[in-house]
Design a protein around this ligand. Structure first.
Ligand SMILES: [Zn+2]
Length: 60
């Protein structure tokens, strides 16, 4: 396993971490033809409760 040769300075660590940013959630249209609401990818639709054409949960 590769191991760092030298300890990284605190300022170097902090300079790298200062570039950490959050990004907006990628929303896709619900595949349910009757719903078509935007939802996060690979997640059960919160409005109709379907995933991959199956009823997984009860809609809220
Ligand atoms: Zn839906």
């Amino acid at each position: 396993m590769a191991v760092p040769k030298r300890k990284m300075s605190r300022s170097n660590t902090r300079a790298r971490r200062s570039q950490w940013k959050t990004s907006a959630v990628h929303l896709v249209e619900c595949s349910n033809r009757a719903c078509r609401k935007p939802k996060p990818q690979h997640v059960v639709c919160p409005s109709c409760g379907q995933y991959g054409g199956r009823q997984v949960t009860e809609p809220a």
